[in-house]
Design a protein around this ligand. Sequence first.
Ligand code: HEM
Length: 415
Amino acid sequence: MGSVTSPISDRRATVALFSRLRTAQGQADPFPLYAELRSRGDVSPAPWGGFLVTGFGACDQVLRSGTWLEPDTGWRERQGERTRWSAPSSREISRTLPALNPPEHTRVRRAAGTFDRGTIEQIGSRVSRVVDGLLDSLMDQLHTGEADFAALVSEELPIATIGDWLGLPSADWSRLRELTHDQVFTQELLPSASQLARSDVAMAELRAYFLDLVAERRTRLGDDPVSRWIRTWDELEPDQDRADEAVYFLALFVLLAALETTSTLLSTMALLLIEDPDRWSLLAEQPDLVPAFVEESLRYDPPTHVISRVAAQDCVLEGVEVRADEMVHLMVGAAHQDPARYRAPDRFDLSRGPGHLAFSGGIHYCLGAPLARLEAQTLLSRMITHLPRLTLVRRPSWAPRVAFRRLLNLDVALA
Ligand code: HEM
């Protein structure tokens, strides 16, 4: 056994494959490219170093095992000054919850709290009201011609939900959403220098915004989550500046985590519903299938296609030797098409049991999963009961990226 060395031709083929994957065309249908990648094995070398993991079992194992860590601040520093990991936006994101490792992660995650049933019920009535308003606006526009479901509904619901929950003024929402679209590149698989520069600028503005927010909230503590985090951190951290910074990182990451991912889920789900009239009929006849439809959308084409980890020590993954500090890219979008895990994986099938990696797994399992599910289920239920049948005007287009899927438009008309 030894590290996998791939012949130069394999490396070239993988480089070419990722060049295609990161274009708008590649994102319109990445699955044939994933199949090509899988043909090189469940774990194959990445041409830029580290490994690409396409097998569901191996991805699941990495997420749940303590042998694998997040690329935290220390890891990023070890990569050197002239790498993407030293960009200011990368350093900043490395201090947020999903980039921490135990014991720091355990402490910060506990302080973040959870979306318990009571909170979800409370947010639920607002989500229903917002969905009704957005679908009314969509219908108004559809009566005069076509409408972009992504812009009018999918982009609006997550910011209206999380913005209201965090108590952010609605006048700020559209700027915050723009900034999250720009900052995401620092979390992408292969960001270019200009994309990293955009992330750096966006991150600096987000930092200033949220530090101001925390300072302002301190002057009038209430019953909102930011006030609750301030109270919690005041007990954990005697230095007030450090307590405020901890609250800032939490509020920042909750906003970043809640927007694009949920918008992508809503658009993907709407596309799957609208493009196949049989699916719409089935759901209209059996609305109790709504939760299964949301889960299968998350399996079929998850919002996050890549999650990365680094090896805590030398180890062996599916027969491949990985050295300490080497990175593995869990190709979740590909793992969800693994025939060893799912029967006929390319079929959208509502009868599958639960189980996917769209919300990750192990200690970093998505904190906002109940909220994302609430938004998706509410929107889908309202669509099938309140909307007439819709039809696609043209195929949507996707942003040219790899890890974070994003539909740029979803143009629909009355059927
Ligand atoms: C469909 C929507 C969503 C998807 C697909 C998604 C996906 C993910 C994934 C894959 C991770 C783990 C990353 C890793 O393992 O390194 C994660 C973590 C996280 N998500 Fe989500 N997310 C969604 C919505 C949300 C929402 C609405 C919120 C907040 C309200 C949220 C808050 C978080 C937080 C705080 C973490 C970090 C957890 C930790 O590291 O302990 N997410 N999410």
